[in-house]
Design a protein around this ligand. Sequence first.
Ligand SMILES: [Zn+2]
Length: 315
Amino acid sequence: MTNPIASILDHQPVLVIDGALATELERRGYDLKHDLWSAKILLEQPEAIQQLHYDYFKAGADCVITASYQATVAGFMKRGLNENEAIALIQKSVKLAIAARDEFWKEETNRTGRSKPFVAASVGPYGAFLADGSEYRGNYGLTEQELMDFHRPRMKALIEAGADILACETIPSLIEAQAIAKLLKEFPNATAWISFSARDEKHVSEGKVFADCVKVLEEYSQIIAIGINCTSPRFIPALIREAKQTTNKPVLVYPNSGERYDATKHDWDGQRIYESFGEEAKEWYDAGARLIGGCCRTTPEDIQVIAGWARASSR
Ligand SMILES: [Zn+2]
């Protein structure tokens, strides 16, 4: 079992995660108003995804998260693909990220003062497959076993495609996090991070106390970082402090820009709450987070700001 997070944090104080994929593709003019979201682009315009991954490496990201958040065997089969085609498309998300990483890394000037970046394969929650906003609520009414069965084929495909780690993200509930943690044991060489979505400064989206969820995951050795993503930045410092009380694993945060997602409109409401997302992120480092990036509505420019102060503080 390799630990790509520990090997980077041995050399630098902060591991920089990338920023948004789907909303950034939209900002670049791609149409994602679809149940498959960024998976639609995976199917139709994969070069746009590879370019964006490259841009995040260039901006300073130590890892990028693949376009598999909404890519599931069941979701693609609903769209008319057969099982083998669905698995191939899921694996393509990993291959695009590896290709972008290799292209970036082969340039000597890109390697100066950098650790070799890695590829984190996105494992979105069951609610992302439903595409009705329930990933921010949980309460699907599924058992742990049913959730394991849902996650198994994609997890297997992502690992076999060569992902360095699984990014299990925007997880709304402890039951889904535990289903993933248990399922990981079927793939003993794989590692993962588990990142919840939160409803406030203390509770994950479904309502359980975040610190209690973190504590339950502490015993799983394949889980090598725990944190929060796709949550308003205003809740982040308090959530980091909560996590630090119950885990010795590195804490990761990649909040959204502070707007609210409206599932019925497939769109985001409101304004960004900070002048500079990347500058605010220093506060998350001070609170104890060691993997820092951005989720929905954040950009390569935001990641560049984070990488700027993160790398300066390591010298
Ligand atoms: Zn997000």
